[in-house]
Design a protein around this ligand. Structure first.
Ligand code: GLN
Length: 476
């Protein structure tokens, strides 16, 4: 199937009446049908998508101006609250949940004319790195059906790679946008913490959750970030936008002006040789382009994974406490009393990984263990933040691989949660610190995509996207 045209071209043609929003939506539905084997999609809000497309076409027929995403279809991870149909977080707990309001990110995209055509699969509650923790089904990698697409936004990454829509939304708590983007050979952008409102997105770990785009190129991702970014009164952790915005379609960042640090700790990990080779090739090309590149050590980075897997479950255990079967979500009808109703609803509603995280989280927060685990993790978190801050006094950007491996086989890590957690070794640090980071496709190893990660100083999202666009051009 043909690639989608660039988002700005699609919107322009819709505005001129050369393309109909209704036909674009139908094209997405057609692609969903053709790619069914990959199981990227949980549900299709068909009626609303068609209705919105007709409205946009009618507005344009009347000569009205629709905004810069006029008629552009997109896929949202199924932990974004959306109208029309269910929002499940890929969990049995929310299997029949219909959202009473929409996420701010979705509303902002709709205001500019974008149309949600599908809700994508994920690891239930976004807990995972492979989409195998979905309570419903496993999404397959578009490059090899026997492999995972990465996670937890695996359905969104696969949907973009399978050309179901020009872009998709994901959430990144410990790497869930960047890792699937790496495994599926696309761009995945994790903004600075707080840049995109979390209102209306099912909470995982509130101090590291961010929302971001997955798309075929940096320019495409940058338009979407530009539409979503900025303060929202429904999320008090949101921050102000950059006055210049984030759309870097026309930017020309000069690579010779950049000073780049190559993260030592990520190159000494157990890197697959094919990944190492591709990352090295990027470094050589950057050097040839005149970029100043030096190695840099952030000695506490190897502790980031341990810190993450204490803080994240602690916050998960608190965020999932609201699912007790009483207010919304699965309700165990057979319970004899209230206590049993809580227990049964949770027993039936939560899968193994959610239960594991609730137990670990409650444990590290419990009296006697709080100081030993949670408090220590917060101390090391501050150390990691400080190391990033001092690294960025010397360097504009830090680079390394997004993941030590390419997409692994379905089932390879499901029996050993610790092995699965290790997939996040290179992504979690930027969540703990809040820094913006991007996955950029960097060639292939054994026909599987390799991902390059670039991390930037806090709030330097615009600069990061502009730099990444130039790197993308260099690698093209
Ligand atoms: N893979 C990580 C985890 O399982 C990150 C998940 C995410 O970013 N949502 O926690």
């Amino acid at each position: 199937m043909a690639d989608w045209e660039p988002i700005s071209v699609i919107a322009d043609k819709v505005q001129k009446g050369e393309l109909k929003a209704v036909d674009l939506v139908k094209r997405s539905f057609d692609m969903i049908g053709r790619t069914k084997d990959f199981d990227a999609i949980i549900s299709v809000p068909e009626a609303r998508a068609i209705e919105r497309a007709k409205e946009i076409d009618a507005q344009i027929a009347k000569g009205q101006k629709v905004d810069r995403l006029a008629g552009v279809p997109f896929v949202a991870k199924d932990n974004f609250l959306t109208f029309s149909g269910k929002t499940t977080a890929a969990s049995h707990m929310l299997e029949n949940f219909e959202a009473p309001y929409q996420a701010t990110a979705i509303n902002r995209l709709e205001v500019e004319g974008a149309i949600c055509v599908a809700k994508s699969n994920l690891d239930a509650w976004a807990h995972g790195s492979s989409t195998e923790n979905s309570d419903f089904f496993v999404t397959k990698n578009p490059f090899d059906k026997t492999r995972v697409p990465g996670g937890s936004s695996g359905g969104s990454a696969a949907a973009v790679a399978l050309k179901i829509a020009p872009f998709a939304l994901g959430t990144d708590t410990g790497g869930s946008i960047r890792l699937p983007a790496a495994f599926c050979g696309i761009v995945g952008y994790k903004p600075t913490y707080g840049l995109v409102s979390r209102s209306g997105v099912v909470a995982m770990a509130s101090s590291t959750d961010v929302i971001g785009p997955l798309a075929a190129s940096v320019a495409e991702a940058s338009i979407i970030l530009d539409v979503m970014a900025g303060r929202d009164e429904l999320d008090s952790t949101t921050i102000e936008r950059d006055t210049e915005g984030y759309d870097v379609q026309t930017s020309k960042f000069k690579l010779q002006n950049a000073k780049i640090g190559v993260i030592d700790e990520y190159l000494t990990e157990d890197l697959e040789p094919g990944v190492e080779k591709q990352v090295d090739a990027v470094i050589q090309k950057l050097k040839q382009a005149g970029t100043k590149i030096e190695p840099i050590s952030l000695p506490s980075l190897p502790l980031a994974l341990a810190v993450y897997y204490i803080i994240c479950p602690a916050e998960v255990s608190s965020n999932l406490a609201r699912y007790d079967g009483q207010r919304y979500g699965l309700f165990a009808k057979d319970a004899k009393n209230l206590e049993e109703s809580y227990m049964l609803s949770r027993e039936l509603g939560f899968g193994a990984e959610a239960k594991r995280r609730i137990m670990i989280g409650s444990h590290v927060l419990s009296s006697g263990y709080f100081e030993a685990y949670y408090q220590k993790a917060q101390t090391v978190r501050t150390k990691i933040i400080n190391e990033f801050t001092s690294a960025f006094k010397k360097f504009d950007f830090l680079i390394g691989p997004t993941s030590p491996t390419t997409a692994f086989k379905i089932g390879a890590k499901t029996k050993d949660p610790l092995k699965m957690y290790l997939s996040d070794i290179m992504t979690v640090a930027a969540n703990i610190s809040g820094n913006p980071a991007i996955n950029l496709p960097a060639g292939f190893s054994n026909n599987l995509p390799v991902g390059l990660q670039i991390i930037a100083p806090m709030h330097a999202d615009r600069q990061l996207l502009a730099f990444a666009k130039s790197v993308e051009e260099l690698l093209a």
